[in-house]
Design a protein around this ligand. Sequence first.
Ligand code: AMP
Length: 334
Amino acid sequence: MSAGLPAALGFSTVAAAVSRLAAEARNDSTVPGEKMTVLIVGSTALDSIRTPGGERDRLLGGSASYAAVAASYFAPVRMVGVVGDDFPSRYLALYRRRGIDLTGLQRQRGTTFHWAGEYEANMNRRRTLRTELGVFEHFRPDLPSDYRHTPMVLLGNIAPALQQHVLDQMERPRWVAADTMDLWLQTARQDLLRLLRRVDLFILNDSEAAELTGELNVVAGLPRLHALGPRFVIVKKGEHGAILSGPGGLFVTPAYPLRRVVDPTGAGDTFAGALMGFLAVSRGDWETRLRRAMVYGAVVASFCCEGFGLTRLSRLDRKAIEARVAQLKRMTRF
Ligand code: AMP
């Protein structure tokens, strides 16, 4: 027994305490009482969306908007993005209603990033009709100084060079997750590869995984994704759920089965945001937390798909989320 330990403590008590501390150090558990705030960077957009069921013009959108609102159901959120002077104040009010810290949201002269997309009949295929960058073109995500110590970082979908710029400003974050999209695999692959060496968790969808690894079978492609740097990889498979790969092996979660999908825009960002929010406030080893967080991600993403833009996502509460988590649990128990 090492010097300095009170002699009155029995060996088993000390051994238990030591092994608990060692387990905590190994697993990087949440320190009790620590506020696990999530910093989220990404696009803040106005989206025009056309589905077989209808169309909406200039709704609130962008990867950061979906992820931040989703994460806000679980943890305190700081958002980093840029909007133009055409950005409706009702959308700022929506962020505020969700308690999102907007110190890092830049407001610039010019137009907000505008994305327009159209879905085919089965909703699994989407075509981008227009991308107008506006103030997003010269966006530099410089962080307010009090953001730099945020423990959890979600690098939502934006150019990988900007995701790296955010990471460069952070002071030893405890957990870094990065999302991406096919555009960056084609136009900024080297930047993305550099970024991946620095992240704990890489989230991408199955077609992006195939493009990045050259392997059509997701499971066969996983070792190649780990070889790029991340200890944990999640491959999203749309309505077929998501698969996690980490040191403890594989874990799969289904998507929550929906009778009707109104608009799947932002479902991936929502999944990532809810996952990070849950991860931030949960305890235990990363692997166990991640598995549960994926289920919460899948459930919150299902709500996202039930309305255009953020209309359904922004009007949730924990009770509705927990009810669906319980349903999903019943559906998958065997
Ligand atoms: P998802 O459906 O998860 O792929 O996310 C859709 C969101 O991504 C929309 O709200 C768009 O505003 C946003 N988006 C589309 N293209 C880009 C882009 N090039 N960079 C960043 N965000 C984008």
